[in-house]
Design a protein. Structure first.
Length: 227
């Protein structure tokens, strides 16, 4: 069966959690109280994000300037390239927001299939969170289980709570941080990694897969992702 890599963004592709960064800089401090409710399991991820975005006060220019210079994992592009050369599919699955993710991908010349939440500009410095219908099934903004291919072996690369649901469904997990601890506690087949450089040997060990459509690694604009 064809292999597919589902890659988390915040904390994985980008070592910085871009949503937390925007909230720390531009949101009313009450966002941390909402975060604590979610961490305690009293509200869903979707409810948490909606309430936190409602507290955000930033212009589109401020958001763009904040995320533009953030780094990506230096081995991310080599990982995607090696995955495709081995015939695997690759997509980005995130419970973060397009206004953070798309500019960073664009700045690094990357265009991959992307599933994420939307940050909807209401005018001036006000925003609302937009979510897919599928996310309501599990309480996430973006249900990662719903957006990965059903006819492929799925390898998840992730780092945190938004990946827990897909970790249970995936065939294998390359896990950072809290996700690695979760996989160990749940008995989920996984390999603990610190970055994409640690994940590269996994691809080399898999042999040649049936070729899937190539991801585009270029400098083309990604406006279509906002449609």
């Amino acid at each position: 069966m064809r292999l597919h890599f589902a890659l988390d963004f915040d904390g994985t592709i980008c070592p910085v959690d871009t949503t937390d960064l925007l909230l720390e800089r531009f949101a009313d401090p009450a966002w941390e109280d909402v975060e604590a409710e979610w961490q305690a399991g009293r509200i869903t991820s979707r409810a948490c994000l909606a309430r936190q975005v409602d507290l955000l006060r930033a212009t589109p220019e401020q958001i763009a300037a904040t995320v533009r210079e953030l780094p990506l994992d230096p081995a991310f592009i080599p990982f995607v390239t090696h995955a495709w050369l081995r015939g695997a599919g690759v997509s980005i699955v995130s419970d973060g927001f397009d206004q953070s993710i798309v500019p960073l991908l664009h700045a690094n010349g990357i265009d991959l299939p992307l599933s994420c939440n939307r940050l909807i500009h209401l005018g001036a410095d006000r925003w609302a969170a937009g979510f897919s219908a599928d996310g309501a099934l599990c309480g996430s903004g973006t249900c990662k289980c719903a957006v990965v291919p059903k006819d492929r072996q799925v390898v998840l690369v992730g780092d945190g709570r938004s990946d827990f649901c897909l970790a249970r469904r995936a065939d294998y997990v390359l896990a950072k941080g809290r996700l690695a601890d979760f996989c160990r506690e749940e008995g989920i087949p996984h390999q603990r990694i610190s970055n994409f450089a640690d994940a590269l040997p996994f691809i080399a060990a898999q042999g040649q897969f049936t070729r899937s459509p190539a991801p585009v690694l270029n400098t083309r604009h990604l406006e279509s992702l906002h449609a």
